[in-house]
Each structure stands twice: as structure tokens, then as C-alpha cells.
Write a protein that binds this ligand. Structure first.
Ligand code: NAD
Ligand code: 6OD
Length: 486
């Protein structure tokens, strides 16, 4: 049987490129589709279609009309829930239970959240009195930026794509999206949904391909792209920043992390062990918010390490298609090599292996997949590379601390700064420690609990800017201030 083709989507049409690349299922290494790569000329077609759309019906649409259509997109995603789940599971290898509870519901929620927010979003207004006695009314109007280039990674493909597409469209922009080469399916399926929901042709365009010298670079380099929003590795963010500087585009970057969890002896032990286990292993550790560094107060250190070991060893590793599976493969053979190289490095750096450290064996087709064991280390120096560098796999290092000050100082000793979680039943301590974290988001007694109206973004190597709620609307709008002499 011929393989499925995943095509580019430009101006409301599915379009073939000149070259193809394989879409691989990480659970067994099989090729599931051939993806059509967009060359520079196709990327230009997509940008021109988006430009035409933003100057046409879409650009002139009212907020009420746009919000109604975004609600239709959310409804249409839910109507094809199982298709989205199946596509996301096949591309990423993530467990079907996870895609059903996190990725696809969040895609619909992203559209609803920004459709509702834009309807009630205010702008600043000032009654002005100048020192020389003049009066004026100042008020801002919100205008679209124009064409927004959206570049996304493979770990939460649909969730992270729609997190940017929804506010960009709510603000009246058109978009050209470049999903990760590893996970092209759901962005393409979303094109069908956009059409069905009545989003005009040219408003949502998809180009497939890679980064350097491919669709990603062609998009960021394009002079008619008015802004770039990117989620991915910090190094890629740096490369994109260089490129966009030539045309001075606004950028929003959600980048890598090396997040800490701080566990105090007064925590609710069981709830914390479960919570930290989820923070380390969810999505096989491939969430930019995952905790790769766990700091535990010495009084409960041994007991906590035992509990985390128990959790890791009880995770059901297996086929993503089985409902009971809790841990799938990592995204690719190349990424598994990277994760395993850190497992090796941890040994060389003198770590004590608590559990894992290798590759699971199944005696089935899954042995051709890209699985890595959930892994816990202790005993590394804080300066070890395994403690400093983002691994992005199912792994953490656990270290003891004696005082609150020491825990804060170790947690903040990183060039990244995305997320932290604090585990304590002492409310005062929870507030006090959370406020000292040098990150964009701190959770207390929970992790990855999201309110889409809140600021979201990173510090240092973890990103530039904030999205979420009004922060997204402000990034995806050009605010034009009008001053009227009274
Ligand atoms: P990546 O940076 O390799 O790729 C992300 C996207 O950028 C892909 O679509 C890729 O094709 C494209 N790209 C690569 N080089 C490019 C270039 N020079 N110009 C334009 N586009 C280019 O990231 P990844 O491996 O897909 O994802 C994993 C990384 O993403 C991890 O570092 C993780 O922490 C980070 N991440 C961060 C967040 C966040 O919200 N902060 C969320 C998810 C993932
Ligand atoms: O929840 C979100 O809105 C979000 N952007 C999550 C990012 C997860 C990173 O992998």
C-alpha cells in the first residue's frame, strides 16, 4: 500500500513540494508517511497568501466574527478528537491516554480561551492634562501585526502550535506555521479543520521542512513576515534571533529548561512523590517544564529517593496505543542517542545510579522503537554537566539540601529559568521560596497546572517575552495610540 502523503497547505489548498522526507513512528521505527518539503518558493507562496488574507476579508473582520470562528475551530477539533489523538500518538509515540487528556483538549481550550479573551480585552485610555494647560484623550487601538511566522517543536506539537495560532488569529493576523519535521501530522489535520470552521483561505498556512536552509529558515528570513514566534531549543532561538535582526521583527521565544523541584521535609509525602514523579517523567520527560533537578531536604532524602525509584519502576512502559501505557519512547533515534549519551556521562561524572540507565527490552516490534528507561541519579556535583545541561528525557538527578537558602541557591544556579515546583505544607514558606525563584513560572504543591490567562515564558536561556492571556494579545497586536486634543 502506498504511504500516506502529508502536504503543505497554502491559500486553502494542499500543495506538494519538490522533495519528500519520512515521518517516522518512534514506537517502532516504522515510516508512517512521506512529508512534502516546502522549498523557498513555496514558503514565499504561503507568505504571500497570508499577506493577501490579512489585507482582505480576515483583516477587515470584526472581533465578534473572529471569535465566533475560533469557537468553531475548537468545536471542529473536538468533533475529530480521535483523529487528532491518533495522529499525535503516531507522530510522537506519546501514550494515547496522555494525548487524550492533555494535547488534544488543550488545543480546543487554546482556541476557546483566546476567542473569549479578545471579546473582552480592553486597551489603555488616559485623560491627559499637560503642564501648559492642554487637555487630550489618549486611547489605543489594537491592530494585527500582519503575517506571523510560527515555528514549533515536536514534544507537544498540537498544544504548542495552537497556543500561538489561536491568539494570533484572534488578533486578526494570518499565520504561516512550520511544525517540527518530526511531527508534521496534526498541523496538517488542523488545516482541514480550519477550512471546515470557515477560516478564510490564506489565513492559516502550513509549510513543512527542517530548520537551516529549509522551510524554517526561509520563513524567518522572509521580509514579508512581520513577527516570529518560536518554541524550541535555546540554540535554535539564538540562530533565529540572528536572522530576524536583519528585518527587525518582533520575536517571542519559549526555549529550553533545566527545571528544579524543591521538596521540603514538611511536604505531603505521598502527594509530593507522585507529583514529582509526574514532573520528571510526563511525556517521557520531554516537556520544557519537566524537572531534571530534584532537591530534597536531607531529613527525608533517602525515603524520597526510594519513593521516586518505586514510582519510576512502576510506570507502565509499552505501546502508546495501549490505554495502560504511561511512558512511551523518546521522539527519535537521534534524540535517544543524546539521552543515552547523558546516561553514560552521568556514570563518568561519578553518579550513583538509582534506577534505569539503559534501554528497555520488549521482545516485540517495540524493540525497533526509541525507548529509554526512566532513570534516576544521585551523587553528582552541582557543577556536573548532567546537572547543568538540558537532557530532555525521562531522567532526573536528586540532591539533598540542609537549609532553605541552600535549596534556593542551588535551584537558581542555572543559565535557564523556565519553571520550578516547591513542595511544602508550610504556606508561608511556599510563598517565600516561590518568590525567590528566578524563573517564569513557579508551582507550589503542583506542576503543569495551567491557567491560560497567566503570563507564561522563561528567564535567561529559557526565552524572551511572555505569552498567555493579555500578554499573547499584546504580542500579536500592534497597539496604535491615538491622541485627541480636547
Ligand atoms: P528545535 O529547536 O530543534 O526545533 C524546533 C523547531 O525549530 C522545529 O520546527 C525546527 O525545524 C525549527 N528550526 C530548527 N532550526 C531552525 C532555524 N535555524 N531556523 C528556523 N527554524 C529552525 O527544538 P526541538 O528539538 O523540536 O524541541 C525540543 C526543545 O524545545 C527542547 O530544548 C525544549 O526544552 C524546547 N521546548 C521549549 C518549550 C517552551 O515552552 N519553552 C516547549 C517545548 C519545547
Ligand atoms: O502550557 C503551555 O501553554 C505551554 N506553552 C507549555 C509548554 C510546554 C513545553 O514543553
Amino acid at each position: 500500500m502506498p504511504l500516506k502523503s502529508i502536504l503543505n497547505y497554502i491559500d486553502g489548498q494542499f500543495v506538494r513540494g519538490t522533495r519528500e522526507f519520512a515521518d517516522v513512528n518512534p514506537a517502532d521505527g516504522s515510516v508512517i508517511a512521506q512529508v512534502s518539503e516546502a522549498d523557498e518558493s513555496l514558503v514565499d507562496d504561503a507568505v504571500q497568501a497570508a499577506r493577501k488574507a490579512v489585507r482582505g476579508e480576515w483583516g477587515r473582520s470584526t472581533i465578534r466574527e473572529r471569535a465566533a470562528r475560533l469557537h468553531k475551530v475548537a468545536d471542529a477539533i473536538e468533533a475529530r478528537f480521535d483523529c487528532f489523538v491518533a495522529a499525535e500518538v503516531a507522530d510522537t509515540g506519546k501514550p494515547v491516554a496522555l494525548a487524550s487528556r492533555l494535547d488534544v483538549p488543550r488545543a480546543a481550550a487554546n482556541f476557546r480561551a483566546f476567542a473569549d479573551l479578545i471579546k473582552t480585552a480592553g486597551v489603555e485610555s488616559f485623560y491627559t492634562e499637560t503642564p501648559d494647560g492642554k487637555n487630550a484623550l489618549n486611547y489605543a487601538v489594537r491592530k494585527p501585526l500582519g503575517v506571523v511566522g510560527i515555528i514549533t517543536p515536536w514534544n507537544l506539537p498540537l498544544l504548542l502550535l495552537t497556543w500561538k495560532v489561536a491568539p494570533a488569529l484572534a488578533c486578526g493576523n494570518s499565520v504561516v506555521v512550520k511544525p517540527s519535521e518530526e511531527t508534521p501530522a496534526t498541523a496538517t489535520l488542523l488545516a482541514e479543520v480550519m477550512k471546515q470552521a470557515g477560516i478564510p483561505d490564506g489565513v492559516y498556512n502550513v509549510v513543512h521542512g527542517f530548520g537551516p536552509n529549509s522551510a524554517g529558515e526561509f520563513l524567518t528570513r522572509h521580509s514579508d513576515v512581520n513577527a516570529v514566534t518560536f518554541t524550541g531549543e535555546s540554540q535554535t532561538g539564538a540562530a533565529i534571533m540572528k536572522i530576524v535582526s536583519a528585518t527587525v521583527k518582533p520575536v517571542s521565544f519559549e526555549l529550553g529548561g533545566k527545571n528544579a523541584a524543591i521538596v521540603f521535609a514538611d511536604c505531603d509525602f505521598e502527594e509530593t512523590a507522585n507529583g514529582v514523579s509526574e514532573a520528571v517523567f510526563l511525556n517521557t520527560g520531554q516537556v520544557c517544564l519537566c524537572a531534571e533537578r530534584v532537591y530534597v531536604e536531607r531529613a527525608i532524602f533517602d525515603r524520597f529517593v526510594d519513593a521516586l525509584k518505586g514510582s519510576a519502576e512502576s510506570l507502565h512502559i509499552g505501546s502508546p496505543l495501549e490505554r495502560k501505557t504511561e511512558l512511551g519512547p523518546v521522539i527519535s533515534s537521534q534524540h535517544r542517542e543524546k539521552v543515552l549519551s547523558y546516561y553514560k556521562l552521568a556514570r563518568e561524572e561519578g553518579a550513583t545510579l538509582i534506577t534505569g540507565g539503559g534501554v528497555p527490552e520488549f521482545g516485540s516490534a517495540l524493540d525497533e522503537g526509541f525507548y529509554a528507561q526512566p532513570t534516576i541519579y544521585t551523587g553528582l556535583r552541582e557543577s556536573a554537566r548532567c546537572v547543568k545541561e538540558e537532557i530532555f528525557g525521562p531522567v532526573c538527578h536528586v540532591a539533598p539540601f540542609d537549609t532553605e537558602e541552600e535549596a534556593v541557591s542551588m535551584a537558581n544556579d542555572t543559565k535557564y529559568g523556565f519553571a520550578a515546583s516547591i513542595w511544602t505544607t508550610n504556606l508561608k514558606r511556599g510563598h517565600r521560596v516561590a518568590q525567590q525563584m528566578n524563573v517564569g513560572i513557579t508551582w507550589v504543591n503542583c506542576w503543569f497546572l495551567r491557567d491560560l490567562r497567566t503570563p507564561f515564558g522563561g528567564v535567561g536561556l529559557s526565552g524572551i517575552g511572555r505569552e498567555g492571556g493579555m500578554h499573547s494579545l499584546n504580542f500579536y497586536s500592534e497597539l496604535n495610540n491615538i491622541c485627541i486634543r480636547l
